[in-house]
Design a protein around this ligand. Structure first.
Ligand code: PEP
Ligand code: NA
Ligand code: MN
Length: 618
C-alpha cells in the first residue's frame, strides 16, 4: 500500500495516508487518535514533528513567506521573529474556558462547566473539516524531564506552525520524546488544537488565522484537551496552562501532589547555604521580575528555577520537591526592561525568540513600553501602524509576549531540569494591595497559610478590562487554572498539610505595592525585595525575629537588613504596619468570596476565618 500512495501525488488524502503509513511510531493509541483526528479535520498534509533545527528553519521560513512572522535583524535578535495576531486573539479567553468533568460538581463553582458528551458533540461539529487546506502537525512533547521516573507525556495535534515553533521553545518536543514514549508504550495527554480557519481550494491564507468562536476545553477524567479557534499562547500552546496547570492539577489531586502557578527561586546566602522558595502571584504583580531578581544585599545570590509553573511532589523521606515542567518563558513583554529585569532582557537578546504583538523598530528590532527608558522616535505598532511618542495607543499590546528558551537565562540554576526537582523550604503568596497587607508576614502554621493563599487578593490594573483598583480574590493565583472543583482544591492543600505534618514548607505573604501616607510606594521593590527574602530565610533558620500580630509574624524594622537602603522611618513603618481596623474591613470581602465556594468550602477555612475574627476582636 505504501507503493500505491507514493504513486499518486502527495497531497490531500493521499499525503495524509502516506504520513500515517510511514509513521515514526508504533504506539497504537497514538496512531489511532491521529488517524481519527485526521479523518475528522481533513488536513491536506500530516507532519510528524521531530523538533530538529532544520524543521524550525523550514517552518520559520514558511511563516516569513506567509506573512505570519517578521524576521528580526540578525545582529540584534539572532534567529528571532515577531508575530502579530488578529486583534481579537490577544489573550486567554476565560469565559470560553471549560472544565468538562462528568459531574457538574467536579468543576466549578469558579470554572465554566458543560456536560462532556455535549461539549464533545459541539466541538466535533467545529473540528469537522477545520484543517482543510492546512498541514496537521503532530507534536510529541514531555512536560518536565524526559529522564523522570514517569515522564509526563503529551501529544499536541495542531494546524498552526506558530504553535509548533512556540512549543519547541516551551517544552521538550520531537523524535526523542516519541521514541521513548513508543518504547515504553507510555500514557500521554491528548491535546487537540485547531485555529478553526479551513481554506477552500485556492483560497488565500491570512497571516494569523483564527475563529471568532473559541473553546478551550479540559476533560479532566480523560486527561484530554480540546482547543479551538485561537492561536494565542495560553489558548494554543497546550502544554502550558491547559496541561501543566489544569489537567496536571486534577492528576495531582488524584495522586497526592500539587501543580501550581508558581515561580521557583534558588537563594544562596553569603555562607553558601541554599534555600529554594516558590511564589504565587496573580498577573501584573511582578512574578517574572521576582523570578529573576538581582539581590541588592551583599553576598546573596539568586538563581531562577522557574517563572510560571511548579509541580510539587513528596519524595520517600516526605520532603516536598519542586520541578519546573517548562523549557521556556512565555513572558509579558511590557514592563520588562533593561533597568527592571536585565536578566530577562539578556535572555531574549540571545536570540531564538518569538515575540508576539510587540512593536517593531525601524532597524529591525522590537520595542515595548518599559523596555528602555528612552522611547524611540518612530515605531511600527503591533497593529502595523506608524507610531510616535505622540500616539495615544501603546506601541505594543499590553499582553504582548516574548517566548524564549529558559537555557538563555544566565542566572538559571544548573539543577533547573533535575528530574527529581529541588527541595522546597518556603511558599510565598503575594498580591497587589495599596492598603492593609504589610510588606511581608509569616503564617502561623500550614492551615493558616492555606487560608492566606485561599484568600489571596489583588487589585485590578489597567492591563485588564474592567474597573481599576477593585480587590479580586485569586486563590493561590490559580483562579483561571484550577482543573477541578475550587473548594476541593483548597481541601487538597489542607489534606497534604495534615498527611505531611511537620515537613511542609513554611508559608509567607508579601505585598510590594503598599502605599505610604503620601500616596507613593512605601517599599522600593525590585532588587530590594531580596531584603524580604533574607528575612524569610532567616525565619526558616531561626535567625530572624518578628512581632506576633493578628495576621501572623511581621518583621520589626530592626529585623530587616536595611544596609544601604534609602527609605525613611515613616515609609518603613507604613510598609510594615498591621492596622486592626483595616483588617476588620477586610473580613466582609473574604466572607463574600467564601460564599462563592458554597458548600465545597473546607471547614478548616471557615475555622481559620473565625480565628482571624477572634484575633481581630470582632
Ligand atoms: C498565557 O496567557 O499564556 C499565560 C502565560 O498567562 P499568564 O501570563 O496570565 O500566566
Ligand atoms: Na525544546
Ligand atoms: Mn502564568
Amino acid at each position: 500500500t505504501v507503493q500505491e500512495t507514493s504513486a499518486t501525488s502527495p497531497s490531500g488524502d493521499s499525503a495524509v495516508r502516506n504520513a500515517l503509513e510511514n509513521a515514526p511510531t508504533t504506539h497504537a493509541r497514538l496512531l489511532a487518535w491521529v488517524s481519527e483526528v485526521a479523518e475528522l479535520t481533513q488536513p491536506d498534509d500530516l507532519v510528524w514533528v521531530d523538533g530538529s533545527e532544520a524543521e524550525w528553519s523550514r517552518l520559520t521560513d514558511e511563516m516569513v513567506e506567509a506573512g505570519t512572522l517578521v524576521r528580526l535583524a540578525e545582529d540584534k535578535f539572532p534567529n528571532s521573529f515577531a508575530a502579530f495576531s488578529d486583534p481579537e486573539d490577544v489573550a486567554r479567553v476565560e469565559e470560553q474556558t471549560f472544565i468538562c468533568s462528568t459531574e457538574e460538581r467536579g468543576s466549578g463553582p469558579t470554572n465554566n462547566w458543560m456536560d462532556p458528551e455535549e461539549m464533545k458533540a459541539t466541538l466535533r461539529g467545529l473540528y469537522r473539516g477545520s484543517m482543510h487546506g492546512r498541514t496537521m502537525y503532530v507534536i510529541p512533547f514531555v512536560m518536565g524531564s524526559l529522564e523522570a521516573t514517569e515522564p509526563k507525556y503529551g501529544v499536541e495535534i495542531t494546524d498552526s506552525p506558530y504553535v509548533v515553533c512556540s512549543m519547541r521553545i516551551m517544552a521538550t518536543i520531537g523524535a526523542a520524546v516519541l521514541e521513548k514514549m513508543t518504547a515504553t508504550d507510555a500514557f500521554f495527554v491528548e491535546a487537540l488544537h485547531s485555529v478553526g480557519f479551513p481554506l477552500d481550494n485556492g483560497q488565500r491564507d491570512v497571516p494569523w488565522p483564527c475563529n471568532e468562536t473559541k473553546y478551550i476545553v479540559q476533560f479532566p477524567e480523560d486527561r484530554a484537551i480540546w482547543s479551538y479557534g485561537s492561536g494565542y499562547g495560553g489558548n494554543a500552546l497546550l502544554g502550558k496552562k491547559c496541561y501543566a496547570l489544569r489537567i496536571a492539577s486534577a492528576i495531582a489531586h488524584d495522586e497526592g501532589w500539587l501543580a501550581e502557578h508558581m515561580l521557583v527561586l534558588k537563594m544562596t546566602d553569603p555562607g553558601g547555604r541554599v534555600h529554594y522558595v516558590s511564589g504565587a502571584f496573580p498577573s501584573a504583580c511582578g512574578k517574572t521580575n521576582f523570578a529573576m531578581i538581582q539581590p541588592t544585599i551583599d553576598g546573596w545570590k539568586a538563581e531562577m528555577v522557574g517563572d510560571d509553573i511548579a509541580w510539587m511532589r513528596f519524595d520517600e523521606s516526605g520532603t516536598l520537591r519542586v520541578v519546573n515542567p517548562e523549557a521556556g518563558l512565555f513572558g509579558v513583554a511590557p514592563g520588562t526592561g533593561w533597568s527592571t529585569n536585565p536578566n530577562a532582557m539578556r535572555a531574549v537578546a540571545a536570540g531564538n525568540t518569538i515575540f508576539t504583538n510587540v512593536a517593531l523598530t525601524d532597524d529591525g528590532g522590537v520595542w515595548w513600553e518599559g523596555m528602555t527608558d528612552e522611547v524611540p522616535a518612530h515605531l511600527t505598532d503591533w497593529r502595523g501602524r506608524d507610531w510616535t511618542p505622540a500616539s495615544k495607543n501603546p506601541a505594543a499590546h499590553p499582553n504582548s509576549r516574548f517566548c524564549t528558551p529558559i537555557k538563555q537565562v544566565d542566572i538559571l540554576a544548573p539543577e533547573y531540569d533535575d528530574p527529581d526537582g529541588v527541595p522546597l523550604s518556603a511558599i510565598i503568596f503575594g498580591g497587589r494591595r495599596k492598603t492593609t497587607v504589610p510588606l511581608v508576614h509569616e503564617s502561623f502554621d500550614w492551615e493558616h497559610g492555606v487560608f492566606e493563599g485561599a484568600t489571596l487578593s489583588s487589585e485590578t490594573t489597567a492591563a485588564a478590562s474592567g474597573a481599576v483598583g477593585v480587590v479580586r480574590r485569586d486563590p493561590m493565583a490559580m483562579l483561571p487554572f484550577i482543573g477541578y472543583n475550587a473548594g476541593d482544591y483548597l481541601a487538597h492543600w489542607v489534606k497534604l498539610g495534615k498527611a505531611h505534618h511537620g515537613k511542609m514548607p513554611r508559608i509567607f505573604y508579601v505585598n510590594w505595592f503598599r502605599r505610604d501616607r503620601d500616596g507613593g510606594f512605601a517599599w522600593p521593590g525590585f532588587g530590594e525585595n531580596s531584603r524580604v527574602l533574607k528575612w524569610i530565610i532567616g525565619r526558616l533558620d531561626g535567625e530572624a525575629g518578628g512581632e506576633q500580630t493578628p495576621i501572623g509574624v511581621v518583621p520589626r524594622p530592626e529585623d530587616l537588613d536595611l544596609t544601604g537602603l534609602d527609605i525613611s522611618e515613616q515609609q518603613l513603618a507604613d510598609a510594615l504596619k498591621v492596622d486592626v481596623e483595616e483588617w476588620r474591613r477586610e473580613l466582609p470581602g473574604i466572607h463574600q468570596w467564601f460564599n462563592v465556594l458554597q458548600d465545597s468550602l473546607p471547614p478548616e477555612m471557615v475555622r481559620q476565618y473565625h480565628r482571624l475574627e477572634v484575633r481581630l476582636e470582632v
